[in-house]
Each structure stands twice: as C-alpha cells, then as structure tokens.
Design a protein around this ligand. Structure first.
Ligand SMILES: [Mg+2]
Length: 298
C-alpha cells in the first residue's frame, strides 16, 4: 500500500524548486543549503510492543531507523526533532524513551533540537525528524547502472530476535565509501532485502539480479528457521526486513577492490548485479528467473 501511495503522492505533488531531491529517496534534500531531511514514525504493535520491549530500546530504535535513512544518503547527522504521542496513563515512559536515544545522539554528535509531546488514549507513537548534511556527493537510489555490482553490509534475516533494536546505523560506512567516490547508488534495508533491492533498481531505471547463494544469512535467520521450518533461512534473509544494512550499487572495478580490501568495520558482500532488464531476478541460473519481491509492505 505504501508504494502505491508514494507513487500517487509523487504524481500529485506540484514540482518545487525548493527540493534538490524530493519524495522517493531515503530522505529529501533541500535546494537552498543542501540540508538532508528524513522522518520516520514508529507505532506500538507494528514496530515494537510495550509488553515486550523496554522504552529504552524503543527510544533507541526510533532514532536509529532515522539515522539509517541518513546513512542511505551518505549524510552525517546534524539535529533531531522528536514527536511523541504517549498513551494514558503511562506518561512516565517519556523519560526512558529519551534516555534510550541519548547514547546514539552522542555517538553521532547529533543535537536534540526540539519536538512535541502529547498524551492520548491511543497507543505509543514515536516520530523523529532528522536533519543531516552531505559532506560529499549525496548518495541516491537513482544512480545504479547496468553492470554495477550489488554489495551489502552485514548479514540479513531474523531481525525480530533482536537486531531490529540493536543494529548499528551504517552512517560512518556510507560516509567513508562515498568520500572515496566508490558508490553509484544506495538504500538502507528496512522492509526486506528483496523488496529494497528491487526499489534500488526501479529508481535507477534498471533491474537487479541476485545470486541467492551469496546472500549473507544471519545466525538469527537460521535460528528462526530452525524454530519454524515453514520458512528457510534464505527466505528470512530476503524478506524479514529491519536489517538496516546498506544495499549499494558499486561500479565493477571499485567492487572488486572493496571486496578484496574490506575497508569497513563490517563485511561487504557481493550478492548480485544491476542489469538492463527491469525487475528482480535470480542471477545464478543460465536464464534469468523472476524473484518475488518479499518484504514488509506498510
Ligand atoms: Mg530507508
């Protein structure tokens, strides 16, 4: 539903010369000073459950998902605005929510600049707007070219076992690679590897072929598959989402170099390539076979 809504929105919105990058990327970029702006909203029941997850972890996640969107733009964080709808009568959770955000804010030298709180009879809702800036060329979803390699950071799947709260936003990794001018396009994996890879291809006007045997599968994905054999570890890796790793389009020579030198704190893995034919495909077969775009559709 979210994809159709954003498509309709993009058609409906008047063109504005205020925007260097508008809706459809991981963040917008303002024309006047290049500020990068992103906003993410977390809801009780969808992104967390107050019965199981502490307000500290929820607060951390609310900030981290936004930082991940800045990472996807190769932007460094500047300031955050927090908006919270607190469920009556649990209004005392406001404090640990904020407390959960502070270590990340400190780590990324991010100013908590303002916000708003309300109390209501609904569930807990936390929304954060982040402002960032790009010290290098912004990283967009739209720059991939046929022949580029699809590289990813980290491992995928099973984020529900903990990574959805504890992940490290790949801000420094994106800044490092973009500073070395090694990237053509990027996106962060929030809704599922297959779905987000297909988005990267679609925004770049090309297709993506994935080598399923190369997808780095997390321990958590294997654990979830062992608990319930209906879904394989690979299916978890392709479709679970909330991995918050980077999917990067890298020109072939740069990709070879990166894979050999592994300059990041986290491992880079090649999982496929960009091709002319639009859509999402399996790479390892002689003939391209369509791959379902599994993932979480809001
Ligand atoms: Mg994103």
């Amino acid at each position: 539903m979210e994809i159709e809504f954003i498509r309709a929105l993009r058609k409906r919105l008047p063109k504005s010369d205020q925007l260097a990058v508008g809706p459809g990327d991981d963040a917008a970029i303002l024309q006047r000073d290049g500020s990068v702006v992103t906003c993410d909203l977390l809801c009780e029941g969808t992104h967390f459950s107050l019965a199981n997850d502490s307000p500290l972890r929820i607060g951390r996640k609310a900030l981290a998902v936004n930082l991940s969107d800045l990472a996807a733009m190769a932007a460094e964080p500047v300031a955050a605005f927090l908006a919270v709808a607190l469920p009556r009568p649990d209004t005392e959770i406001a404090e640990p929510l904020l407390e959960g955000m502070l270590p990340l804010a400190q780590q990324f030298e991010l100013a908590i600049a303002g916000g708003d709180t309300n109390v209501w009879d609904g569930p807990l809702v936390v929304s954060i707007t982040l402002i960032g800036r790009c010290p290098h060329q912004p990283l967009l979803r739209s720059g991939a070219q046929p022949g580029d390699q699809l590289l990813v950071t980290g491992t995928f799947g099973g984020s529900r076992l903990g990574k959805q709260f504890d992940f490290s936003p790949r801000v420094n990794e994106a800044l490092q690679l973009q500073g070395d001018r090694l990237l053509h396009a990027g996106i962060d994996c929030s809704d599922g590897l297959a779905l987000d890879a297909s988005r990267l291809g679609e925004e770049s006007g090309c297709g993506v072929a994935i080598d399923l045997s190369a997808v780095p599968i997390s321990e958590a994905a294997r654990e979830m598959a062992s608990q319930d054999p209906k879904r394989s570890p690979l299916e978890h890796a392709l479709g679970d989402g909330e991995d918050f790793e980077l999917l990067l389009a890298v020109p072939p020579n740069a990709a070879t170099e990166l894979l050999a030198t592994q300059p990041l704190k986290t491992t880079l893995t090649r999982i496929g390539s960009f091709i002319e034919k639009s859509g999402l495909w399996r790479e390892e077969t002689e003939k391209l076979v369509p791959l379902p775009t599994t993932g979480y559709e809001h």
